[in-house]
Write a protein that binds this ligand. Structure first.
Ligand SMILES: [Mg+2]
Length: 428
């Protein structure tokens, strides 16, 4: 009988499972110890390697386009050396408090994911077993990342672009498009669309009250996209942040006949270092369209108010920003208790992050809708990571694999060619 079938309820909780599963298999042997923490920037993406004294390494990946996180990752090294990586929660208690909302939580998250990879390998089981086991054999990914260049910004351009996404070979059942302040290109193509001037600098700087014309023009583009998808493929909209509450309510109410899957981040969102639960609640209680937020939020505690106050209908933590796999699982369970849906963010999570999503999605409760399918920025990623199915996605779903740990690892010979001189010893 495999070890995992003997666990009780407590063993199905993230943080408890690794110790209760791995310990019996290692009885009579010295505890496994972390001997090194390494970080390499591969294609702009910080990749984390946790090295142990028993020949097992775990990999994690922080969000792409964030090479500046490398010193953040290495900051935690001295806190985790010598610890047992299969006691995931115990190790995280040493570093979790020293993280923050996006982008800073990504360093802790990547380390956490690497620890689960080790815990699974040490126990000889896939990570989803450590999360309580899978309740589904294939998991839904939604398309927020396989995009095509826009010809222009007219409603017709949005319709044509959405048609290409609908026809993509992955066969997605749910597509997310950007609109409103989440799309600076759209907003700049609507002269006098809002009562402030365009901003640059930190992400999503545009904010303000919409003009009547601005709101109408955004709605025209949404209607054009929806017409292409019909009721065959769902349409979610990434909208902000930056909307004023009454504009958000007017917008949501205008879209009610269209059966939009969700409106994401209208008030706060990507790179906003707070949650605005009270304002979200006003919007959510004023419309039948599901309201979504959460990609930038760090830790389960910062979802508490959003969930307990029913401030949104869908939460979307990103495993690589929220603090890792166990944070995401806890939030999914807590949201489910409150009738709130789960659609994790993930566009920049890379292929190691994709594996984390698959294990999580296999084990999440039935409030799970789908995760945002990560797409690497360079096609050569598919040559340097082994273990993924080919093709990865079939008709919008991924078959859950059974290999121990995350079940993906680097093809070292191929991956070495992508290392900078500074990171030359990453795989040694
Ligand atoms: Mg978003």
């Amino acid at each position: 009988m495999p070890n995992w079938t003997r666990r009780g309820f407590i063993g199905s909780l993230p943080g408890f499972a690794a110790a209760s599963l791995a310990a019996p298999q290692r009885s009579g042997r010295a505890p496994i110890k972390i001997t090194d923490l390494k970080c390499a920037i591969i294609g702009g993406s910080p990749v984390v390697r946790v090295v142990t004294d028993q020949g097992i390494s775990g990999y994690g990946q922080a969000e792409s386009r964030k090479p500046y996180l490398k010193p953040m990752v290495m900051f935690y090294k001295n806190y985790i050396l010598g610890e047992d990586p299969t006691d995931v929660e115990r190790v995280l208690m040493r570093i979790r408090k020293m993280g923050a909302f996006k982008p800073w939580g990504s360093a802790v998250s990547a380390i956490e994911i690497a620890l689960w990879d080790i815990a699974g390998q040490a126990a000889g089981v896939p990570v989803y077993k450590l999360l309580g086991g899978k309740i589904r054999d294939k998991v839904r990914g939604y398309n927020g990342g396989i995009r095509f260049p826009m010809k222009g910004q007219t409603p017709q351009d949005y319709a044509e672009n959405t048609a290409k996404m609908k026809e993509s070979k992955e066969g997605f059942t749910l597509i997310k498009q950007a609109c409103g302040f989440h799309s600076p290109a759209m907003m700049r193509a609507i002269p006098g669309g809002w009562y402030d001037e365009p901003r640059s600098g930190a992400p999503h700087g545009d904010r303000g009250m919409l003009t009547e014309r601005g709101l109408k023009e955004i709605i025209l583009r949404v209607e054009a996209m929806k017409k292409v998808l019909g009721d065959e493929v769902g349409l979610a909209l990434d909208c902000g942040p930056g909307w004023m509450p009454k504009d958000a309510i007017r917008f949501a109410r205008a879209l009610e006949p269209l059966n939009i899957a969700w409106l994401e981040d209208l008030i706060a969102g990507d790179y906003t270092p707070y949650t605005s639960a009270d304002v979200f609640r006003d919007v959510t209680t004023s419309t039948s369209v599901p309201i979504h937020t959460g990609e930038q939020i760090y830790l389960r505690q910062n979802f508490k108010e959003l969930i307990e106050r029913q401030a949104v209908n869908v939460v979307g933590p990103d495993p690589e920003d929220v603090g890792g796999i166990s944070e995401t699982k806890w939030i999914a369970e807590y949201a489910d208790l409150h009738g709130i849906l789960m659609a994790p963010h993930g566009i920049f999570d890379g292929l190691i992050g994709l594996a984390a999503h698959v294990h999580l999605a296999a084990a999440m409760p039935q409030n799970f809708i789908g995760f945002e399918y990560p797409v690497p920025e360079q096609a050569w990623w598919y040559q340097i990571v082994d273990g993924l199915p080919d093709p990865i996605m079939k008709k919008g779903f991924i078959d859950v694999w059974d290999k121990p740990g995350l079940g993906v690892t680097f093809n070292v010979a191929a991956a070495k060619a992508r290392l900078s001189e500074e990171d030359r010893g990453f795989f040694d």
